[in-house]
Design a protein around this ligand. Structure first.
Ligand code: URA
Length: 249
């Protein structure tokens, strides 16, 4: 689908407004903020990490810690900055103690990611690490086999150039992995220059314009209703307002 930049941003904001109060999985009980994603809604390049950590959970923005600093550095080395790309995660909420995402959480969050991809229409998606790579390839092959190999994948309604990379957090403390990540990064401009791959036939009606059926009913609550009612409303710090999350600078 071809949308104007403004339409895209507005549609993405609508998905964000839905996600920010999400109760689809138990992580809503422990999160501080839904980390929807941030950057340029019209980006050709998207990065998809694993899940927010403590800093991200507090600030409502993805990749704001050490791994994020490394990501920014690697972007700068290929002439890009955060505002040129869109950064999201497989999970929008922090797993307690930074444990690995659980399959039910990945499943519950998947639709947000699909809608982000369908609206942003990136040319290249870099999956960072195992979780996003396995999810978007629907396959259990690990990142050490796949990093640096681009392939065309249909993600929801959109065909993209999927380019798995090591997770920057893993590269932070392993020089050999950092060298590999850096050399894999160097191919990103070449992949972007290829432009979008051939697209699958458009579906009618367009899925991103329709609310998924499960969103039309009352939100699913975990645990007994009295527990859910006792949960405080999510705190939305300034940084989590749409302008910051969507990079509408
Ligand atoms: N690691 C991730 O995968 N995502 C973040 O947002 C931060 C660290």
């Amino acid at each position: 689908m071809v949308s104007s930049a403004l339409e895209r941003r507005e549609s993405l904001k609508a998905v964000y407004d839905e996600a920010r109060t999400c109760t689809r999985c138990p992580l809503h009980q422990t999160r501080t903020t839904v980390v929807f994603g941030a950057g340029n809604a019209n980006a050709d390049l998207m990065f998809i990490g694993e899940a927010p950590g403590a800093n991200e959970d507090r600030m409502g923005l993805p990749f704001v810690g050490q791994a994020g600093k490394l990501l920014e550095k690697l972007l700068a080395e290929i002439g890009l900055e955060r505002g040129d790309v869109f950064i999201a995660n497989t999970l929008k909420c922090r797993p307690p103690d930074n444990r690995d995402p659980h399959p039910n959480e990945i499943q519950a969050c998947h639709d947000y990611l699909l809608r982000q991809v369908s609206l942003i229409e990136p040319v290249v998606i870099c999956t960072l690490g195992n979780f996003s790579t396995k999810l978007l390839r629907a396959d259990t092959t690990g990142i050490s086999k796949l990093h640096g190999r681009d392939e065309v994948q249909v993600i929801g309604t959109r065909a993209v150039r999927l380019y798995p990379l090591y997770h920057p957090a893993a590269a932070l403390y392993t020089p050999a992995m950092l060298a590999t990540l850096r050399s894999d990064f160097e191919r990103i401009p070449e992949l972007l220059a290829l432009g979008p791959p051939e697209q699958p036939p458009a579906l009618d009606p367009l899925p991103e314009l329709e609310a998924p059926p499960e969103l039309e009913g009352p939100p699913e609550l975990e645990g007994p209703p009295e527990l859910a009612e006792a949960m405080p409303a999510p705190v939305i710090p300034m940084a989590a307002e749409p302008a910051a999350q969507l990079g509408l600078f």
